[in-house]
Design a protein around this ligand. Structure first.
Ligand SMILES: *[C@@H]1O[C@H](CO)[C@@H](O)[C@H](O)[C@H]1NC(C)=O
Ligand SMILES: *[C@@H]1O[C@H](CO)[C@@H](O)[C@H](O)[C@H]1NC(C)=O
Ligand SMILES: *[C@@H]1O[C@H](CO)[C@@H](O)[C@H](O)[C@H]1NC(C)=O
Ligand SMILES: *[C@@H]1O[C@H](CO)[C@@H](O)[C@H](O)[C@H]1NC(C)=O
Ligand SMILES: *[C@@H]1O[C@H](CO)[C@@H](O)[C@H](O)[C@H]1NC(C)=O
Length: 340
């Protein structure tokens, strides 16, 4: 098959608001994306030795270990200061094996932006607000695939649907005529946030496990801004992205989460990983965009720590088109005005 001349230049210049969502042409977009992937997938196996020698691998294992240990202490699952976790969930598991990231040696193909990116979200680690669901801590790391070094000091935007498959801050396709949801979601900021990568290229977010919505497997979006500057009010508005990606979860884990409330009240049709055209495109291209994970306690409801390392092209700069830029809700603006 010939590599088509089309989409590469186009998709680099501007990531369109495309078909990852209900009512859109999935097949067409998936085809475009496959064209893009043909030229944009690189193997990162060559980075393993460098990451080891820089100490990044070891510190990342330690970081994930500390993270889960801290969460367990905070939730009272283990006693404060308890050195060894003598519980069923990780007894006998070698922490090095457990928390190493096999995806650090795996490319991460660029993903589509999807129509629900909102610029101007707050720089914050905890994005839960009032949303219910299985607690999810994510540790995402960005590695420059060219020199195998961590990407330090870049801003990472994440956004996702809530436990019943709805995005805050936008009017979701398929929901336009549902006044209740429209009223509910417009201008809201839950399950959206921005963090700055640390010296090992990592960010941490505290969220809830996402729910499904029509046409897509469960996923979380991530976008990295390499040279961005936050605004004085601790928000980020920047339309340059070096990486746009989506993170997925093992189908077995998804199936277990979906049995729990409130996930099991979601009426939208489900799409499994096998049926998701975008995920399948990534896999066919040699990517592996699944988060590795560990349960925080003995039951799923105690929460999950999940992690993934992205290898990215740091010299890349795409222009992304947010569907909107966050402004405080009109009602709040009005009441603020009244006070003057
Ligand atoms: C990463 O680890 C998972 C779970 O252990 C395994 O199923 C998968 O094949 C591994 N992927 C690679 C690319 O090594
Ligand atoms: C939404 O509100 C409009 C006007 O208030 C009403 O005519 C319409 O039936 C409502 N739609 C739904 C799906 O409730
Ligand atoms: C998800 O958001 C929608 C819209 O705000 C809301 O109606 C629904 O209750 C939320 N789901 C959960 C589990 O909170
Ligand atoms: C990274 O992106 C830049 C800018 O688009 C491009 O010139 C370069 O070839 C890319 N590098 C790789 C390894 O794909
Ligand atoms: C932050 O500041 C920008 C620029 O002044 C403004 O457009 C935006 O609405 C502000 N965001 C919030 C949450 O106040």
């Amino acid at each position: 098959m010939h590599t088509s001349v089309i989409s590469l230049a186009l998709s680099l210049a501007s990531v369109p608001l495309v078909a990852s969502h209900p009512g859109e042409d999935h097949a067409k977009e998936a085809m475009k994306r496959r064209e893009f992937l043909k030229d944009n997938v690189a193997n990162l196996n060559h980075c393993a030795a460098k990451l080891d020698s820089l100490g990044v691998s070891e510190r990342s294992i330690q970081r994930r270990h500390n993270l889960i240990h801290g969460i367990r202490e905070k939730r009272g699952i283990i006693a404060r200061g308890e050195a060894h976790e003598g519980h069923g969930y990780d007894a006998g598991v070698d922490q090095t094996t457990l928390f190493s990231s096999n995806s650090s040696c795996v490319l991460s193909p660029e993903e589509i932006l999807g129509p629900y990116y909102v610029a101007g979200e707050s720089i914050r680690s905890n994005i839960v607000e009032n949303q219910k669901g299985v607690p999810l801590h994510i540790d995402i790391q960005f590695i420059n695939s060219a020199n195998c070094e961590p990407i330090v000091g870049s801003y990472v935007d994440v956004w996702q649907a809530n436990a019943t498959g709805v995005y805050g801050g936008v009017v979701q396709q398929g929901f336009e005529d549902r006044n209740d949801t429209w009223e509910d979601t417009w201008g809201l900021t839950w399950l959206r946030g921005v963090q700055k990568t640390d010296n090992d290229g990592a960010v941490h977010f505290e969220t809830v496990f996402p729910g499904h919505y029509e046409g897509r497997a469960i996923h979380i979006h991530a976008l990295s801004h390499i040279h961005a500057t936050p605004l004085p009010n601790n928000t980020l508005i920047d339309v340059h992205a070096s990486h746009v990606g989506q993170m997925y979860f093992d189908q077995d884990l998804v199936d277990e989460v979906e049995k729990l409330a409130p996930y099991n009240t979601n009426q939208q049709p489900r799409t499994t990983n096998d049926e998701d055209v975008f995920l399948q495109g990534d896999l066919e291209a040699g990517g592996y965009p699944f988060m590795q994970y560990e349960l925080i306690g003995d039951k799923l409801e105690d929460g999950i720590l999940a992690w993934l390392s992205f290898g990215i092209n740091a010299t890349e700069s795409k222009t992304v088109q947010p569907i909107t830029t966050y402004h405080p809700r009109a009602t709040e603006a009005c009441s603020a005005q009244k006070k003057d």
